[in-house]
Design a protein around this ligand. Structure first.
Ligand code: AMP
Length: 223
């Protein structure tokens, strides 16, 4: 089973994907996390991506597509993937459909997290990310127990370069122009399930799991 989490930056895709991964046994593949990991390792891919990420722009399609196709060809992904942050353009969506078909797989759900713009900005500008494990917090909605320290691993929390208010606004413009057309694209294919992403994290998770179950898979309910 393969699932896409669709939504603007700050909609809660990463947070939800981590919980869904635990309950479903699917593998969480986040394009932004892959770029940030490449950057930490100092690879050419990381350096290339950084120049786009810092400006809030999309990394060119061919680069992202190559990276994601490589990742989903790895053995652990054979049991199914939760895509987070990919696809972000129609070209990426088309490449994904073609590759899944080639591997004899098919997309089961596109879960679209809808959140009003003002809330997105507050969520992005308040976000803190762990340098060590990538866990995310929010100084307004979901603070860590100790300031600037990760609850999960004790790592240091930081604000991503692209999570400033100015870059966040630009990233949202990019999302509206380039990624929103995917909503109609998947709606036409009958795959889109819209979820109110303003609610509490656990409520959103519950709705997502219910939708995935209703559509024919078997998940565990969150505790
Ligand atoms: P994210 O962590 O998903 O918010 O992504 C952070 C940044 O990584 C984005 O603003 C883009 O610069 C880049 N990025 C991540 N995923 C993609 C993608 N599917 N297509 C193009 N750029 C991407």
């Amino acid at each position: 089973m393969d699932v896409i989490l669709l939504g603007a930056p700050g909609a809660g895709k990463g947070t939800q994907a981590k919980v869904l991964e635990e309950h479903s046994g699917l593998v969480h593949v986040a394009s932004g996390d892959l770029f940030r990991a490449a950057l930490r390792q100092g690879t050419e891919l990381g350096m290339l991506a950084k120049s786009y990420m810092d400006r809030g722009e999309l990394v060119p399609d061919e680069v992202v597509i190559r990276m994601i196709m490589e990742r989903i060809g790895q053995e652990d992904c054979a049991r199914g993937v939760i895509f987070d942050g990919f696809p972000r353009t129609i070209e990426q969506a088309t490449a994904l459909t073609v590759e899944l078909e080639r591997q004899g797989r098919k997309l089961h759900h596109v879960l679209y997290l809808s959140v009003p713009t003002e809330m997105l900005l507050r969520r992005i500008a308040g976000r803190q990310t762990c340098k060590t494990c990538g866990s995310t917090y929010n100084i307004y909605y979901f603070p860590s127990k100790r300031p600037d320290v990760c609850d999960e691993c004790g790592g240091r929390l930081y604000q991503r370069n692209d999570d400033t208010l100015e870059t966040a606004r630009y990233r949202l413009d990019v999302y509206f122009a380039q990624t929103m057309p995917l909503i109609e694209h998947y709606r036409k294919q009958g795959l889109l399930r819209e979820i109110d992403g303003q609610r509490e994290i656990t409520q959103v998770t519950r709705t997502m799991l219910q939708l995935m179950e209703r559509d024919g898979s078997h998940m565990q309910e969150p505790a």
